[in-house]
Design a protein around this ligand. Structure first.
Ligand code: NAP
Length: 243
């Protein structure tokens, strides 16, 4: 059976992606770091809709935790493989650079970049043999394209993720694996609930924050057979903010 794994699938954009991938027929592995209650809600929503989901808790930036969780998963699923990976887990720790602590810098880079590196390296071993193929979608950000003040750490992490997307896309294309990124602008989730939405939406041509489902819809297309010729791309989902 072909599974889809979504990192940070417990809440927000990750939850919407889990739900949409289940609707198109994938059994979904919901990764999360600590919020078991939210992860169980995602699982329940999928199961109530007739889908199949499993929880897999690990910190994406912790190689030991990640390898051990995937070892366990593989040993209990000898005939299955993960053909879709969505690297969605991410955090914000905003500060102006001259005040930024080492932890604020490293935690953001480690979650986005180490998280991408460890799990993608591991799961390519599922996708590449015998050209089985696969789909990798990385959740980047407008911040990684444009740079946003107060987010030097986050902008650096997401810009690097975009660079890695383009490099890896060229490496694995001959094996039938596509690698793309989406770059959301402001989306209504826990990550943005502390922001001054009324002020910010005046800058957005569409006049509102986006919904997690609007990001998930693009991910759904990128993992579909129809998107087989799209790789190394970054798709903006920002209500016109970046144009
Ligand atoms: P969110 O609501 O804060 O949810 C974050 C998710 O990531 C949660 O599921 C969380 O798990 C998980 N997570 C965080 N650190 C993790 C780690 N070390 N290991 C495993 N899971 C971890 O965020 P969101 O707004 O949905 O954002 C999802 C992605 O979209 C992020 O990469 C973010 O940078 C990107 N993005 C968001 C926006 C936006 O406006 N919201 C815009 C552009 C890009 P727990 O529930 O266990 O904590």
């Amino acid at each position: 059976m072909k599974y889809a794994l979504v990192t940070g699938g417990s809440r927000g954009i990750g939850r919407a992606i889990c739900i949409v991938l289940s609707k198109i027929g994938f059994p979904v592995i919901i990764n999360y770091q600590s919020n078991t209650e939210a992860a169980e809600t995602t699982k329940r929503l999928i199961e109530e809709d007739g889908g199949k989901a499993e929880l897999l808790r690990f910190d994406v930036s912790d190689k030991v935790q990640l390898e051990s969780a995937l070892d366990d998963w593989e040993s209990t699923h000898p005939d299955d493989y993960i053909s879709v990976l969505v690297n969605n887990a991410g955090i914000r720790r905003d500060n102006v650079l001259f005040m930024m602590s080492d932890d604020e810098w490293h935690n953001v880079l480690d979650t986005t970049l180490d998280g991408f590196f460890y799990i993608t390296r591991r799961l390519l071993k599922h996708m590449m043999p015998r050209k089985r193929g696969g789909r990798i979608v990385n959740i980047a950000s407008l911040s990684g394209l444009k740079g946003l003040p107060g987010q030097a750490n986050y902008s650096a992490a997401k810009a690097a993720l975009i660079g890695a997307t383009k490099a890896l896309a060229q490496e694995v294309a001959p094996r039938g694996v596509t690698v793309n990124a989406v770059a959301p602008g402001f989306i209504e989730t826990d990550m943005t609930k502390d922001l001054p939405e009324d002020d910010l939406k005046k800058m957005i041509p569409v006049g509102r924050f986006g919904k997690p489902e609007e990001v998930a819809a693009v991910v759904k297309f990128l993992v579909s057979p129809e998107a087989a010729y799209i790789t190394g791309e970054v798709i903006n989902i920002n209500g016109g903010l970046y144009t």
